[in-house]
Every structure is written in structure tokens, then in C-alpha cells.
Design a protein around this ligand. Structure first.
Ligand code: AMP
Ligand code: MN
Ligand code: MN
Ligand code: MN
Length: 276
């Protein structure tokens, strides 16, 4: 049987639409044989996901997607093969839950000033025990017909510099990498082209990331073309980083972002699973 890896996705523990159990079931249905659940700033979904994976015989890699500050950019760092009980990691996720809650209060207040009341109650209800994210705000704005698409919610209200945007102080990249490696995991730069860094800034990032102990880069994500894959693969080779693959699946409504529906890692790249 051929192995199918998907090492980046979300559940209701953060901004995914499916419970951890249903993410695992759907992954198997889509032909995935090894899955990493990587919720934003939380490990809360991992125990349920693991129990489900054990039951159906799917390989689960415990993961997380941590938000990190680097040179005023918010980067996303995927941690793969982490021990979810590693104390510094547990402590930072607790802290970030609070950070996210306080950010949500401020975002809701900004929306209220724009005569859009009720956001805080709605995102709290939608997130439940999970992390509150801007995706929850986008869904709220959609449901109240303030916007027609999730993208429009980010373009008009939630994106950087827009009317409901609240700058957040995320942990420093050096610390994020340290927590992931301390937890026994491999740190991977998620969707590296989404930060719109110039080639020079990208080189600075990769040099520093490596010096902090980072080992991987996501070469394959959803909605990526062959030129982009080649570009990231070159970075991986030049900086001796292993390559990861992940759909960044959030919900069942987007056929372009589906569990397991991603391109192959170029054969020249050392796969991240060689370290897991
Ligand atoms: P947060 O970590 O709370 O700032 O939320 C970030 C999440 O919002 C990302 O992980 C994406 O799932 C989602 N997101 C960010 N930008 C966009 C966008 N332009 N369109 C749709 N979703 C977005
Ligand atoms: Mn997300
Ligand atoms: Mn991300
Ligand atoms: Mn993600």
C-alpha cells in the first residue's frame, strides 16, 4: 500500500469545522495513511484524535501550529512529533488561549463601534472550549450577512490594518522553535510563501530558523503550483531543511483544500517523516 501523508490540518480545537475524531475519520476516507493534527496554538484535540486513529489503524503524528513573531511578521510554525504533555508547551498554550480571548474582546469592541454587535458571544459559542480565531469572526460576519465570503471578511474587517484588526504580541520565533524541539518535535515553517517575504528576507529567516534549531519547511501545501514548489524545494536544499507536506484542511466546503489532496514531495527532498 502506498503511504499518503498529510501533516497539517485543523479541528474544532481551533478553527476547523470537524471534531478531532471526524478529522481522523475523514482523513482515512480520503486515503490518508499518516496524519498530523496541527491546531492553532493548542494540543487539546490530540488525545481524541489519537484514540480514533488507534481504533481505525491510521498513523497519527501529534502536532501543533504555533503563531510566532519574527521581525514584525506573524509566522506559523508547525511542530510535528511533539509530546503534548511537555510542560513549557502546555503552559504557553494556556497563555495563548488567554491572549486570544483578550484579542477577541478587543476585536468585538471594534466591530461594535462599526455597529456590528454580538460578535464576542457568537465567537465564544462557536469556539466552545477551543481557541478563538479570526476564522470564527469571519464566520460570524458571514452569518450576519455583513460580508458575502470569508475572504471579504478578512479584506474588510479582519486582515492586518483593517477596521477590526487588533495587533497581537505572539511568542518570539526562537522560543517557539525551542518549545517544539524541547517537546521532542520537529519545527517546520508552514506555508512559507504566504508571508510575502523577499528573497533576501527569506534567506535571513531560514538562516535564523536553522540557528534556533528549526529543521523543516512545508514544500507542499494546497493550491500551490509547480514553480512555487520548485522555489521552496530550492530553499529546502540550499538550507538543508527537510520537506513537509500538508493540506491545511479546515472544513469540507472547499474542494481545493482537502485532506490528502496535495502534490507529491519532489524526490530530491528529504521527507520530514525520515526524522519522525
Ligand atoms: P488567527 O490565528 O486567529 O489570527 O487566525 C488566522 C486564521 O485565519 C488562519 O489560520 C486562517 O485559517 C484564517 N485566515 C487568515 N487569513 C485569511 C484569509 N485571507 N481568508 C480566509 N481565511 C484566512
Ligand atoms: Mn486556520
Ligand atoms: Mn497557518
Ligand atoms: Mn494551518
Amino acid at each position: 500500500m502506498t503511504e499518503v501523508y498529510d501533516l497539517h490540518c485543523h479541528s474544532t480545537a481551533s478553527d476547523g469545522a470537524l471534531s478531532p475524531e471526524n478529522v481522523v475519520l475523514r482523513a482515512q476516507h480520503q486515503g490518508v495513511t499518516t496524519l498530523a493534527l496541527t491546531d492553532h496554538d493548542t494540543v487539546a484535540g490530540l488525545a481524541t484524535a489519537q484514540a480514533t486513529a488507534d481504533k481505525i489503524g491510521l498513523q497519527l503524528i501529534p502536532g501543533i501550529e504555533l503563531s510566532a513573531n519574527w521581525q514584525k511578521h506573524c509566522l506559523h510554525i508547525v511542530g510535528l512529533g511533539i509530546d503534548p504533555s511537555y510542560k513549557p508547551l502546555v503552559e504557553i498554550t494556556d497563555f495563548l488561549q488567554n491572549t486570544r480571548y483578550e484579542r477577541a474582546e478587543k476585536m468585538a469592541a471594534k466591530l461594535e463601534k462599526k455597529r456590528i454587535p454580538g460578535a464576542l458571544a457568537a465567537v465564544k459559542a462557536a469556539a466552545g472550549e477551543g481557541m478563538i480565531t479570526r476564522t470564527h469572526f469571519a464566520d460570524f460576519l458571514l452569518s450576519q450577512h455583513h460580508v458575502d465570503t470569508q475572504q471579504e471578511a478578512f479584506d474588510r474587517y479582519l486582515g492586518q490594518g483593517k477596521s477590526a484588526y487588533v495587533p497581537t504580541i505572539w511568542p518570539e520565533l526562537a522560543d517557539v522553535v525551542k518549545w517544539i524541539t524541547g517537546a521532542g518535535g520537529v519545527a517546520v515553517i508552514a506555508h512559507p510563501l504566504r508571508y510575502k517575504l523577499s528573497a533576501n528576507w527569506m534567506k535571513r529567516l531560514l538562516t535564523e530558523f536553522k540557528s534556533f534549531g528549526g529543521q523543516g519547511i512545508e514544500v507542499i501545501t494546497s493550491r500551490i503550483n509547480q514553480d512555487e514548489i520548485r522555489l521552496i524545494a530550492n530553499y529546502a536544499q540550499n538550507y538543508e531543511l527537510v520537506g513537509s507536506v500538508g493540506s491545511d484542511f479546515h472544513n469540507e466546503n472547499n474542494p481545493y483544500v482537502e485532506l490528502g489532496r496535495i502534490a507529491q514531495l519532489p524526490p530530491s527532498i528529504t521527507p520530514v517523516w525520515s526524522l519522525l
